[in-house]
Design a protein. Structure first.
Length: 330
């Protein structure tokens, strides 16, 4: 992307005057927006992130009327209300979300150009927010945190536990990285597919009839009841999904939204439970762990924003995360 040129406290954005929304419809980018300065764009982004004029004003050290004036300028330039009130909240319009994706690119480029010199992890300071499923919380982030304490002690990390639901926090700039499943198709959000690949193992009590088998066939697997990990309605773990695709109907006996409960629930029963192999190692002395003779992949994804990619400290952390993930997969 060609960097913005600053002139007379205004930005001249060298971008096309049209763009596409997620449904593929062409939306116009009004030329009047090109007359806004960086401060106005930062204010617009902060109002979006905070969902409140007052909260944005507090963070900027401004009064709410100044923020309202800036957003009114944005509204006139865009020919769109941008934010509409629903009860006590303000909600962004579709045009607002599309404009924001370009504003993120512009501000990320500017912040990158102003912050690339002299970056040193040992003296860097930053507050970084991660949205992460339990799997990555247990197998990846502990190693990342140890590296951070050694190499970049000034970086503070906040981890938000969640299986899905990272889309809005990423879009609002409240999250820098997300390790989760599913698709997040937003302009300005990058994705690494097949992140932390793993396979599932079947857990059972050592006295279970299948505990001495070297591998489980799909027929073995569906012959006993299951304790299922159900983080969200309709979610199926890979072995269950495979069995159903083959025409079998695995017997669900118990469901839990917390994967860490499954080993406790399966102990002392005739039930099966399934977890990724890296999560089962803590139970190898108490439970029987048996692989499958059919594919049972766990497929995670790593998401990060354009602003994250353009930030020296966050892009450094991104590289560190990839290094630790590669070590786990080796």
């Amino acid at each position: 992307m060609t960097p913005p040129v600053r002139s007379n406290n205004q930005i001249k954005l060298l971008l096309p005057f049209k763009f596409f929304n997620l449904k593929g419809r062409v939306l116009s980018l009004p030329k009047d927006i090109l007359n806004l300065d960086f401060a106005a764009l930062r204010t617009f982004r902060l109002v979006y992130q905070k969902g409140s004029f007052t909260a944005a004003a507090d963070e900027l050290g401004m009064n709410a009327s100044s923020v309202s004036y800036t957003i009114d300028r944005m509204r006139k330039a865009a020919g769109d209300p941008l934010f509409v009130r629903q009860g006590s909240r303000i909600v962004p319009t579709e045009q607002c979300q599309n404009i924001l994706s370009h504003v993120e690119h512009i501000l990320a480029e500017a912040e990158h150009l102003s912050g690339t010199d002299g970056f040193d992890p040992a003296t860097a300071t930053a507050d970084i927010v991660v949205f992460s499923a339990a799997y990555a919380n247990q197998v990846l982030w502990p190693f990342v945190i140890r590296r951070l304490r050694r190499e970049a002690p000034g970086i503070k990390l906040s981890v938000i536990a969640g299986f899905q639901g990272a889309r809005e926090p990423l879009l609002q700039g409240k999250v820098d990285f997300a390790t989760t499943v599913g698709s997040i198709e937003i302009s300005g959000v990058h994705v690494l597919e097949n992140f932390l690949p793993d396979d599932h193992l079947c857990m059972m009590d050592p006295a279970h009839p299948m505990a001495t088998k070297k591998v489980l066939t799909v027929e073995d697997y569906v012959s006993f009841g299951h304790i299922r990990f159900e983080p969200t309605p309709g979610w199926l773990q890979a072995p269950i999904r495979y069995a159903e695709e083959q025409g079998y109907k695995p017997k669900r006996i118990i469901g839990s939204s917390n994967a860490q409960d499954l080993p406790f629930f399966v102990e002392g029963t005739d039930l099966f439970a399934v977890l990724p192999s890296r999560l089962t190692k803590h139970w190898q002395d108490r439970l029987a762990l048996v692989p499958f003779d059919f594919p049972t992949p766990i497929i995670g994804k790593l998401f990060w924003t354009e602003a994250t990619q353009r930030s020296p400290v966050k892009s450094w952390l991104h590289a560190l995360v990839l290094e630790e993930a590669e070590k786990l997969s080796a």
